[in-house]
Ligand binder design. Sequence first.
Ligand code: ADP
Ligand code: MG
Length: 340
Amino acid sequence: MRRIIPVLLCLSLSLNACARTGSRDPLRGSEYVLGTICTISLLDGGSEAVLEAVFARLREIEARMSANRDGTEIAAVNDAAGKSPVRVSADTLYVVRKALEYARLSDGAFDPTIGPVVKLWNIGLEGERVPEAREIKETLPLVDWRSVVLDERSSTVFLRRAGMRLDLGAIAKGYAADETARILGERRVRAAVVDLGGNVLVYGKKTDGSPWRVGVQNPFGDRGTYLGIVSMGAGTVVTSGIYERFFEQDGKRYHHILDTRTGRPVESDLVSVTVIAPSSIDADGLSTTLFALGRERGLALVKTLPGVEAVYVDDRRRLYFSAGASKIFSLTDKGFTPAE
Ligand code: ADP
Ligand code: MG
């Protein structure tokens, strides 16, 4: 979950244009939470107290949903796998429900029960390694989103089989960004940029009325270099790629988006996919889903989702757009070429 992807051009370029009323600089806070650097920039309205409320909420979401920490609700659900349902907060129930929605939509290419396989690889963490084929074979049957039982009435989650583990790493940051936007609304903030490790949400309206401009990370470049810009109203831009979290062994790269059929990193010519959508939980869930589905199935899925656009980048630096994406995206790095 640590990644800084779409870059915020707005910050340096248009701070004057979108400065907070009555003060010259945006009010900005950064904190390491949810496994990544989270930065909130209040451009119009808000106060230190608003920033504190947002970070308290992000810490709360992490404390409930992290799969890598003891004492979280997800850890409790995982510990009780095969034994008993566990009562969880409305937050966790909602995020698990959304994750299962993407599992259904992708016929299991996205699967929040990928946890045991994530643990085998430990990509980006201590002890990362290529597991034995036998270990993967033994673990794969535990990846089965249909064996997650949600009970809305009693607010419980139950994993049917011992050894199953939920991992919400592909979607929790999106929820956290949406919750940030909700708090900004309650606190009457008029314009803000939320960057949760590359999961970017632009909130409200810039004071000069111009569209937000969000950079899309160049997957081959250093962090912070972008290949193009998305011009948009309030909404969110989320990228999943093979370049942020990976390790290399014997000249081969092992990245962190896993193929639920093989238990190994997804093999394709894709380098990244960027999703533009109104809600961040959808954009985050979809960025991982679209990567796992691949370009053709992914773009076919996007067609069915109103308000959602996507840009795929392949290893030959070609770009593939959903129907609406080419209209809001401008290419700035001539090293990339639009395909078709
Ligand atoms: P990031 O966490 O870098 O923002 P993603 O949103 O794409 O990137 O999420 C990747 C994370 O999702 C992995 O680290 C892992 O925890 C989890 N994951 C990996 N493969 C899958 C999958 N097929 N379905 C659901 N979650 C996955
Ligand atoms: Mg994601």
